[in-house]
Design a protein around this ligand. Structure first.
Ligand code: NG6
Ligand code: CA
Length: 508
């Protein structure tokens, strides 16, 4: 990419203006990713949310750059996270769709991850929170009562405290550095995604066990903490999480990691459980919004952000810490539990009025909030309209810290560091978006082409979301009627150009 035109210092020079503990050697910034789950383009205060306040997120936006046209690479979690951490489009790699809780490691040790990059540049690295990229060497073969033979330590993370998949999937325990945290030897853990364990209650046959939250679709297998889950599980005892404490556990471990790492540069991948289902925030967030559990989970997410910001401030780390805040995919309202999310929206639009949502090929699936702050280094309170994609963070941050990457690493990632730092308004030439059924779209600042693939018009299993799938090619002019009008017949050359480009990217 062209970097020479900037009237500003290049970021590399920016780094050199700061000094390390000895006052001379250049110090690299700490990097924190706050990666939300299912928070939509319209779900945060600075993006126009109604009925819930997010003062801490808004504080971060006011201190840095707010992106209005940022994209996750996929409309679901696992592929988005895969691309973020490897710099490779997930659709190139089989087995990267929404992972079960007993999936084996999807990112393999031989891959050079974003965490490897930071680690090899002298950073202490950690993943805390939702993982959803598999654990252990083989799917379905994990012994949850012993150290796992393969875990995040093998892909560049010095420390990890994670949920294997999602809160709605078993096993409902945290895994710390490759073994069950708070392990309870009296209650060994067994997990199956094939068959129930005799004598264990199931959501579908023991509705009386669902004292915390009832399902609306799916989520009728194992019951843990009075909530039905996907998959079967037995045991766990005191290691089992309580959903109302998940945000506290994640936030505490994140702050502890920062505390233990603050003498060196650190990279923290802080992936919140909020606001994924089952939404069951701590009592102190109940009623913080007027939208019930979904809105209250947004308030709880904002609390986590505030804890991090306050901690950095109290420890003199604010100036030298770059924070990236975003979400893994677009929003969903009813994603399988009776949490009244739909009924209580009351004028709030989780997608910020974009079409579609989580799972979808429409913009609601992958256009997500994105903020970057780094006091003194990125402009304060800037709103950027530049088109950007999370796939490019890998090489952009690599360029920022002066990393040398091995051949073949981050194959789809591009260096747009100046755009990400708000120092340039240059858009990426295109972003690729992956819907839940692998329909791919190619998006430029002005146009979007959705490849013809076919599929149901609405998500078939419960959430009321338009998929955007069609057997016909779709072309949208985003400055016009956007995704409300297919203009493929009016601009056939443009459609062909984008289709060809998409084809080339696929071939690569
Ligand atoms: C779906 C789940 C949904 C959610 C999603 C993954 C059902 C009926 N629905 O299969 O609740 O877990 O998978 O979400 O099981 S993601 O944000 O992690 O991609
Ligand atoms: Ca998600």
């Amino acid at each position: 990419m062209k970097k020479g035109l900037l009237p500003f210092l290049t970021p590399i020079l920016c780094i050199q203006t700061m000094s390390g503990a000895d006052g001379k050697t250049p110090q690299k910034p700490n990097v924190i990713f706050i990666y939300a789950d299912d928070i939509g383009y319209g779900d945060l205060g600075c993006y126009g949310a109604k009925n819930v306040e997010t003062p801490n997120v808004d504080r971060l936006a006011a201190a840095g750059v707010q992106f209005k046209n940022a994209h996750a690479t996929a409309a679901t979690s696992t592929p988005s996270r895969y691309s973020l951490l490897t710099g490779e489009y997930a659709w190139r790699v089989p087995g990267t769709d929404v992972a079960a809780g007993d999936a084996g490691m999807i990112v393999r040790p031989e891959q050079y991850t974003l965490a490897d990059m930071f680690k090899n540049e002298g950073y202490r690295t950690a993943a805390v929170g939702k993982w959803h990229l598999g654990l252990g060497s083989e799917t379905g073969k994990q012994d949850w009562n012993a150290p796992l033979p393969m875990a995040l330590g093998d892909i560049g993370f010095d420390y990890s405290y994670i949920m294997a998949a999602t809160a709605d999937r078993v096993p409902c325990v945290f895994i710390e550095n490759g073994r069950v945290a708070n392990y309870d030897p009296e209650h060994p853990i067994y997990v199956s995604y094939n068959k129930p364990f005799a004598g264990e209650p199931l959501g579908r046959s023991n509705p009386e066990a669902l004292y915390n939250l009832k399902h609306s679709h799916g989520h009728d297998e194992a019951v843990v903490n009075g909530i039905g889950r996907i998959g079967y599980m037995k045991g766990g005892g005191q290691a089992l999480w309580k959903d109302e404490n998940i945000a506290d556990s994640i936030t505490n471990r994140a702050l502890r990691f920062i505390d233990e790492s603050k003498e060196n540069p650190f990279f923290l991948f802080l992936a919140t459980n909020d606001i994924h289902v089952p939404r069951f925030p701590h009592e102190r967030f109940r009623g913080k919004s007027s939208m019930g559990l979904r809105g209250d989970a947004i308030a709880q997410f904002d609390w986590t952000v505030g804890q991090v910001l306050d901690y950095l401030e109290a420890n003199g780390l604010t100036e030298n810490t770059l924070i990236f805040l975003s979400s893994d995919n677009g929003p969903v309202v009813d994603d399988g539990y009776q949490d009244q999310a739909e009924e209580l929206l009351n004028g709030h639009s989780p997608t910020g009025n974009l079409r579609g949502g989580k799972y979808s090929a429409f913009e609601g699936g992958t256009r997500i909030p994105a903020l970057i702050s780094w006091p003194g280094q990125v402009p304060q309170g800037k709103v950027s309209e530049s088109l950007v994609s999370q796939i490019d963070l890998y090489r952009s941050l690599g360029s920022l810290i002066g990393a040398t990457l091995p051949k073949n690493s981050a194959p789809d990632s591009r260096d747009y560091v100046n755009t990400w730092l708000g120092l340039s308004d240059e858009s990426v030439p295109f972003v690729i978006e992956q819907a839940s059924n692998h329909t791919l779209s190619i998006r430029t600042p002005e146009w979007k082409f959705v490849e013809p693939k076919g599929g149901p018009t609405l998500v078939p299993w419960g959430p009321k979301i338009e998929t955007g799938y069609s057997t016909e090619p779709q072309l949208f002019k985003l400055s016009g009627k956007g995704e409300n009008q297919n203009v493929v017949n009016k601009y056939p050359e443009k459609a062909l150009e984008l289709q060809t480009k998409l084809h080339q990217v696929k071939q690569r």
